[in-house]
Design a protein around this ligand. Structure first.
Ligand code: 5AD
Ligand code: SF4
Length: 475
């Protein structure tokens, strides 16, 4: 672990030192009790949170914990929370509520909460008041402080709240325990400066800061050498990567350099912001060897009036220009998007604009969300909040339209042979194997689950809105 990580902890003692101290204590426990302590990490929310949780699990492992698959019998539970919509917050709180009985069974159980929800002052206070069995809380920027906080709790048994602090240094080199042996996340930047008016992220993840390219490239090289086949670069707005770095590269430069790495792997990235997704990036993708022809480009609304109120800084026309260029350069590109339904002041006409854009854009898939007011964001204070019954009716219409488009787009693939990364046995049907295409589409076929983690060739035989069926080609 480098010096940077140690400094980032900034919690009295350094990350590395804290890991060693907790490890000693856990080794002593193992000697006395004949078993290792177990840690359970639960993740809500987006890929960034999943990536953070892999670091939490990595630190826990380095501290001598066995990583458990369930909370029952765990000695340490860490709940990594999301704040992007109210539903995610409610789920995290009710789950932590259920852990109360585990604490009653095992008074030595340590419960910690981290992530976006607890990075809001009002939620941290709520936890302080209403969840007395939560022992310590750390915000997104204090990830590297986790071992030091755990050590502090073990020694003082005083509750610790390090929620809303702006520790902006990036913790480089924290240990990682990856969930998969062939798909990996690589965070390239943290935070967001865009302040879309509905979004809590800039408040809970702080200002945008980018990692230097060298450690990112080194991480990708290591992953490829270790057999990783599908690597996703993560940031809230990857298109503004590089600002404030010593190297001064932009995102297209970083991708072009990563593409030079030899090996059999796919590179993906998310999320792009339509105001910054430029031709240079698309040109680099089209000319690349490893960058998947897949693009997630959140539209949010098709109405220029709503886009302006959302503070998105692009128009529907500008969005379509980017989309058209993308398809011109990569006719096989898979494009997905995010849509928010029921943003304050959304009229029937505004919604019709969104429907028209969906029709025109022909996305392979969309993630649609019902607008959820987030405390402290400008949109939450706007007048004309749309009544739930209106929003729900619009949401259903949107889904119906997109399902038909998605199914049609998928049907275009019938008869084609695609390269698919196999994920092994399908959860519901043991005789079936599943995997993901370069466009990240789900495919099922009959075959050997032992191909898990490898690319196979599958001929598509039928298609629905959310999945493809195919036959394995043995060549
Ligand atoms: N309400 C509903 N959806 C939201 N998103 C972000 N904030 C909100 C909110 N307050 C959606 C956006 C974003 C995706 C990750 O979540 O569509 O792109
Ligand atoms: Fe939120 Fe907008 Fe930043 Fe995305 S770009 S994280 S929607 S503020």
């Amino acid at each position: 672990m480098g010096k940077a990580s140690a400094r980032a902890a900034n919690a009295g003692i350094q990350t590395e030192q804290a890991i060693a101290l907790v490890r000693q204590e856990n080794d002593r426990f193992s000697m006395e009790s004949g078993r290792a302590r177990r840690a359970f990490v639960l993740t809500f929310g987006c890929q960034q949170n999943e990536a953070d949780s892999e670091k939490i699990a990595g630190m826990a492992k380095a501290m001598g914990y066995e990583i458990a698959a369930t909370p029952e019998g765990a000695d340490l539970i860490v709940v990594n929370t999301c704040a992007v919509r109210e539903h995610a917050e409610k789920k995290a709180l009710s789950t932590v509520g259920q852990y109360k009985h585990l604490k009653a069974q095992n008074p030595d159980l340590v419960i910690a909460m981290c992530g976006c929800m607890v990075s809001q002052q009002h939620r941290a206070e709520e936890i302080k008041r209403r969840y007395p069995y939560v022992n310590f809380v750390f915000g997104t920027a204090a990830l590297g402080a986790f071992p030091a906080l755990l050590w502090e709790w073990m020694n003082t048994r005083r509750r610790i709240f390090r929620a809303a602090e702006a520790e902006t240094a990036i913790a480089e080199g924290l240990p990682v325990r990856r969930e998969s042996g062939y798909r990996a996340w690589v965070s390239i930047m943290y935070g967001c400066n865009n302040f879309c008016s509905y979004c809590i992220v800039p408040y809970v993840r702080g200002r945008e800061r980018s990692r230097e390219p060298e450690p990112i490239l080194a991480e990708i090289r290591e992953l490829v050498a270790a057999g990783y086949r599908d690597i996703t670069l993560l940031g809230q707005n990857v298109n503004s990567y590089g600002k404030g770095t010593k190297a001064g590269w932009d995102f297209a430069d970083l991708l072009a350099e990563a593409d030079k790495i030899e090996g059999d792997f796919l590179l993906r990235f998310m999320t792009s912001h339509p105001k910054d997704a430029g031709k240079k990036l698309i040109d680099v993708m089209a000319a690349s060897r490893h960058i998947a022809h897949q693009f997630h480009l959140p539209l949010q609304s098709g109405s220029n009036a709503i886009l302006a109120k959302m503070n998105r800084h692009y128009t529907a026309e500008k969005y379509l220009e980017t989309l058209d260029y993308l398809r011109e350069k990569m006719p096989d590109v898979t494009v997905t998007s995010d849509i928010i339904v029921g943003f304050p002041g959304e009229t029937e006409e505004d919604f019709e604009e969104t429907m028209k854009m969906i029709e025109r854009a022909q996305f392979d898939m969309i993630f649609s969300f019902i607008y959820s007011p987030r405390k402290g964001t400008p949109a939450a204070a706007m007048e004309d909040q749309v009544p739930p019954e209106v929003t729900h009716a619009r949401f259903d219409r949107l889904l119906e339209l997109q399902n038909a488009i998605g199914a049609e787009k998928n049907r275009e693939l019938v008869g084609k042979t695609l390269r698919v990364l196999c994920d092994g046995e399908s959860k519901n049907d043991k005789a079936t194997v599943s995997g993901r295409t370069e466009g990240n589409k789900l495919v099922f076929w009959r075959g050997d689950p032992a191909a898990r983690g490898n690319f196979v060739r599958v001929k598509i035989t039928s298609a629905e809105a959310f999945a493809l069926q195919g036959e394995l080609l043995n060549d």
